[in-house]
Design a binder for this molecule. Structure first.
Ligand code: HEM
Length: 325
């Protein structure tokens, strides 16, 4: 394990520092601590499920415009439950990314010594990450259960088919799902190692862990892409889709701020020293800041123009010709 030469503004659980004497954080201790926000996520999932179910029953859900055969809410309740888990997974992913950016960027002063102190913020970041993985898994598992339920074959063959469709890239072969499902699977399969490597950081080295953990942002981008591409509640232009884009503005702004004012002094954009290595690092850091600024502009443009990639809603008297699959 190589020591990290960069000076620390504050000791953190990922890199405790000499002053820290608190008990070591393990997957087991964090799993126990995750119960509280896990319960909150389940309550939220239940509320979203109720909302989606009511919207199917009263005919206002755009899921019905895309897939009119789902009008029998009782027959497809598992599908709506899977959608609800998808939304709580995305919201928890949003929350954990927000907390992560607060921790690695300029920590707000109000948080020091307050209820949301650094260590609390950090623990919440870890527990919401664990719960995000569990919620994504629940979303996909309930979707698989829905496939089994509507498959008329022998149960073991139906189960095998459903697991392949939900969990094996390329196993789902119809409509938009051919792209959207593997994108979601990639998010799940990346989230597991990138989230859990924290618990073996002493073996791989805190620095390696930190570099790998940064790629967790890719998980979030894939999750959002999957939702915008495949979610039937945000399938068409309209308020839901706009709100989803609007939610990305604080994350994009915090990401930019995190790069402009990183908590670690060693990550600041200072004049590069001599040699190709420092210049390359400097170039990459500058490119990162430009990309982050571009993301803020992109979200603002989407919100200002309303061009958010949503499909045009078909006229009332026809059913959708869009291929959801
Ligand atoms: C194995 C991985 C995954 C599978 C098999 C899967 C499956 C699906 C399916 C079939 C839909 C369409 C539901 C609809 O008609 O609206 C969907 C939508 C959705 N998924 Fe996933 N997904 C996966 C990963 C993810 C991930 C990683 C996230 C976010 C963290 C996510 C969040 C969502 C959301 C928010 C929706 C929109 C639901 C709606 O419109 O009500 N999914 N997913």
């Amino acid at each position: 394990m190589r020591p990290d030469p960069s000076p620390e503004p504050q000791p953190t659980a990922d890199d405790p520092g000499p002053r820290r004497t608190a008990a070591r954080v393990t997957l087991r201790s964090d799993s126990r601590a995750a119960a509280a926000d896990g319960l909150a996520a389940l309550v939220l999932t239940a509320l979203i499920f109720a909302l989606l179910y009511v919207r199917i029953r009263n005919g206002s859900s755009s899921t019905l415009t895309v897939m009119p055969f789902m009008a029998d809410a009782g027959a497809f309740w598992l599908y709506f439950l899977s959608q609800a888990f998808g939304w709580s997974a995305l919201l928890w992913a949003w929350l954990t990314v927000l907390l992560g950016l607060l921790l690695s960027g300029p920590r707000p002063r109000a948080h020091r010594g307050a209820w949301l102190s650094g260590p609390r913020l950090e623990r919440l970041h870890r527990t919401t990450s664990l719960n995000t993985i569990a919620l994504i898994a629940a979303h996909a598992l309930v979707f698989a259960a829905e496939l089994v339920r509507h498959d008329t074959g022998a149960w073991h063959a139906s189960l095998a088919r459903a697991l392949v469709e939900a969990f094996v890239p390329g196993g789902y072969t119809s409509g938009t799902g051919r792209v959207a499902i593997p994108v979601g699977q990639a998010a799940l399969y990346l989230a597991i190692p990138l989230g859990l490597l924290f618990y073996v950081r002493h073996r791989i080295g805190p620095r390696t862990w930190r570099v790998l953990h940064r790629f967790v942002l890719v998980v979030y981008v894939l999750s959002l892409w999957h939702t915008l591409l495949y979610g039937t509640n945000v399938w068409y232009d309209g308020a839901f889709r706009t709100v989803l884009w609007a939610l990305q503005l604080p994350l994009a702004a915090l990401f930019l701020l995190r790069l402009l004012r990183p908590a670690r002094r060693s990550q600041r954009l200072t004049r590069p020293g001599p040699g190709a290595g420092p210049r390359l690092r400097w170039g990459l850091r500058l490119a990162g800041r430009l990309v982050a600024a571009g993301l803020v502009v992109l979200v603002l443009v989407v919100l200002a123009t309303g061009r958010d990639g949503g499909r045009e809603k078909p006229p009332e008297d026809t059913s959708s010709t869009h291929n959801h699959g």
